[in-house]
Design a protein around this ligand. Structure first.
Ligand SMILES: [Zn+2]
Length: 361
């Protein structure tokens, strides 16, 4: 049986293990210990992701990530009625330790009752999700056989299913002009900052339409006040669920670059675009989605489908041909010091996970 008290304890214990992206070792060791306690075979892939299996055929993959964002060190959780909060100086770490805790509680519940789950089980706890799905992208998929994955990494209640996620393209533009003394001979210089300004005013910004956003998040340029800036680097990103729109933005960037190159023929503008993750939209016949919908309804919860502007390991699993669905894990205000977890929702998430293991038509 799902045990609220045990679940809350697992959660508060796990959030007190620091695991900022890249420093997941203590967390990985603790999770390995717990998974082995259930009798699962636990291995680490070469990237350090934790992968567990019960060895049975045709398993369902349960997944969450081990890392958290900053400020996430020395988290002091406290229970306040039906909520769990941090002391306000750090995040709580519910993203994604709610997901991890719900999976562990579901496994605990199934195994303590001596039940043979109706489905084989695989578990993947990944590293470095928060810095660009890096762990999932480096995951050794040869160690997994599941065709369906449930990713416990969504905001809000367990009934919240992420219906779609955009393609995310990052870009870096490096501009090289020519340095010169700003007071003595500025004519000899070619300001990379000035060129960057010309470029940026030709690029879109903010929300472009319901499914598309564009952002320049960082500019670095120049060295000192009294020198014409020789280099400037621009980092940005754009996201859309519409492939055509993405292509149009690519063209827009390239036209803007061409125009600016024409204005400043002596400057060098180097651009680099990289796809961080690819869009998906759940279809009506998606197997993992149907499985979750059935389990939710069995618990008396009505699924709520909403699009997300972000990506999760689910994007990577989908790219790998798995039917992956992202569900809510009771976390709210993710990535802020005001983050909180609603305990009854966390219990529901554990119930959902348990139902997925017990039921299979
Ligand atoms: Zn997350």
């Amino acid at each position: 049986m799902i045990n609220r008290e045990r679940l809350v304890k697992t959660f508060t214990d796990l959030v007190q293990i620091d695991s900022p992206s890249g420093e997941e070792e203590a967390m990985a060791e603790e999770l390995t210990r717990r998974l082995e306690g259930f009798g699962l075979t636990v291995r680490r892939d070469s990237y350090g992701n934790v992968i567990a299996t019960d060895g049975r055929p045709d398993p369902l993959l349960l997944s969450a990530h081990m890392d958290t964002v900053e400020p996430g060190r020395g988290v002091k959780p406290s229970v306040d009625g039906d909520r769990i909060v941090s002391d306000g100086t750090t995040i709580l770490g519910g993203d994604c330790k709610c997901g991890v805790s719900a999976i562990l509680e579901a496994l605990e519940s199934v195994y303590e009752d001596g039940l043979t789950p109706h489905t084989g089980i695989e578990v993947a706890f990944t590293r470095e999700e928060e810095i660009g799905l890096v762990g999932a992208r480096n995951l050794d998929f040869s160690m997994l056989t599941a065709k369906e994955a449930i990713v416990f990494d969504g905001e809000g209640s367990a009934a919240q299913i992420t219906s779609s996620s955009p393609t995310y393209i990052g870009f870096d533009i490096e501009i090289t002009g020519r340095a010169a003394h700003a007071g003595v001979e500025p004519e000899k210089g070619l300001s990379a900052i000035r060129i960057a300004a010309e470029l940026i005013t030709r690029l879109p910004q903010g929300r472009l339409d319901e499914e598309t956003t564009f952002n320049i998040g960082n500019i670095e340029g120049g060295t000192v006040r009294n020198a014409v800036a020789e280099t400037t680097i621009i980092n940005g990103e754009f996201r859309s669920r519409n492939i055509e729109t993405l292509d149009n933005i690519r063209v827009q960037i390239s036209e803007a670059l061409d125009e600016v190159r024409e204005m400043f023929p002596e400057a060098i503008l180097d651009d680099h675009l990289h796809t961080e993750f690819e869009t998906y939209t759940l279809s009506d016949d998606d197997p993992a989605t149907n499985r979750v919908v059935g389990a939710l309804r069995g618990l008396g919860l009505e699924p709520i489908f909403s699009p997300s502007g972000g990506g999760t390991d689910g994007n990577v699993f989908r790219l790998r041909g798995m039917s992956a669905v992202v569900v809510g894990m009771a976390d709210h205000g993710m990535h802020t010091v005001r983050e909180y977890v609603v305990i009854p929702e966390l219990v529901d998430t554990a119930h959902l996970c348990e139902a997925l293991l017990r039921e299979r038509e």
